[in-house]
Each structure stands twice: as structure tokens, then as C-alpha cells.
Unconditional design. Sequence first.
Length: 312
Amino acid sequence: MVKASDGSQPVVIVTGAGTGLGCAYASHLAALGWRVVVNNRVRAGPDGVPLPSAAEAVAAAILAAGGDAIAQHDDVCADGAGQRMLDAALGRWGRIDALVNNAGVDQHEPFHRIALQDFRRIMAVNFDGTVAVTQPIYQHMRAQGRGRIVVSVSSAGLHGLHGLTAYAASKGALLAFMRSLAAEGAPRGVHCSAIAPYAATRMTGPHLGDELRQKMPPASVAPVVAALIRPLSRTNGQTWVAGAGWVRRASSVEWGEGFAVDDDLALHIDSSVGQSAAVAPERPREFSDALGAHSDFMASAQQGLHPAWQPE
């Protein structure tokens, strides 16, 4: 690792960085020369006594390896947590360049069994916690005219998954949040992207076989995060699925030009649902934002390709 002596090393905040993916992100970024605010809440043991700080352990390991890091112990759901993380970065190094939102919780019950308060708690940690941490840091980045933000999502948020209604909903909400924030921040030099990681962690490890656990270490995702937050990164508003040393872009699409609302509507809908993407004659349409999607939809509807719908 090559360190600059003029204070130009970038600074990043990584939430939920005490273990798993967050630890891998913080350690990898530090090795690349980033100065890191290692955030992780202090957990309590069965007897209620606080456990040793995982954030302190990660920060100490970074310092021992020649990097620069500090521990920060806020719960992302705590009032003012984002501002305190920002103050920690500015107080120590006088700058902030990137935020990696990694903190989150998983789900263990299907929808017909999960208590409503547990559903709300998952939404509160995964979605509300990310938003609350991001806002003061985004405001600072917007004012300074630069910054990179990553939110942690999931293939469950992209595609849904049995037994993960709350978790998938929270990640799906983050996808919409990321896309909208990317559009708002771009004119001010602030880019926002999403990472959907496949990795063997405390959350996912028990559900993976030995072979998959070996192929999917958290460290295999860290270089993707580093690429997304580099100061000259052009990615903005995109979602990246990453794991096992591989990465690909994901998006939401609308299919083809559509069809008329007529007497055969039910048949058209059922036929469209039954077609796989591989054999469907329509082409997927991807848009930069909702306005683009609306304009394309109306253009298709008005081109005379289908009978116009008129209210009676």
C-alpha cells in the first residue's frame, strides 16, 4: 500500500463493518489506501454485558497492517447516527469521499408466521437505517460537489424469494431509493450505486454447502465495492450483482411495446406471462428513470401499433 503524505488519501465510512462483508470491504479499502471509519454497533451477550467491540478489532487490524482507521459504534437506527459518523470522519481526517451502507438484518419466518413488529423491524434496520445514515452524509457530499455512495441490496430485492417478504421488500425499497438518489446527486457530482452480494456470511453461511462457502468468501465482493466508490467511477444508478470473483449488472426492465386494452386483454396478459425471456418476441426496455419509462410507454401507445383505448 502506498500512502500519500499530503492528506489526499480518500476517506470512507463502512457501516456494519465488524464482521462478514463489511469487514472485508473495510479491510480491502484500507489496503488500497483509503482511510476508514469502521462502524459496527456493540452487541450484548446473553447476560446483557456488552461484547468486545468488533469495530475496534477491525480498526486495530487495519492499523497493524499499516492502514488508517477508527472505530465508530452507532446503531444505524439510532437518532443522529449518520451525522455522528460524518463528524467522526471530518474530525479525524477533515474529509469524506464515500459511504458504503452495509449494515442490515435478515429474516427467519415466512409471511404467514412473521409478527408484524418483526416485519417492521427488518424494514427499519435495512431501509430506514440506510436512509437515515445516508442523508446527512449525502447533504455534505452534495455541498462539497463530490462523493460516492453504495447501498447494499440483494437478489431477493430484485427477484423476490419465498420466506423473505420483509427482507426482500426492504432491499427492493433500497433499489428505488438508490435510483432516485443517483438522479438527484449526479448534477452535484455525487454518484450512488447498489451492490447485491453473494457471499458466505453469518446470515447466509448456514444455508450454504462447504463447496459454496469456499467459493464465496466476502473478500471476493470487496474489489467490486472499491471499483464503485473510486473517485473517478462513472457508475451511477446501477445495480451490480457480485460474488465468487464474478460481477454483472442488473436492472428493472419493461418488455416490448405492449398491447391494447381490448376484449382479448386477459388472453394477451396470460400469454405474455407464460413466455420466458429466452423465447419472448419482445425486447427488454431499460430506462434511466421513471420519466423515460413513461415517455416510452406513451410513445408506443400512440404510434398506432394497436387500437387506441377510448373511455366510453
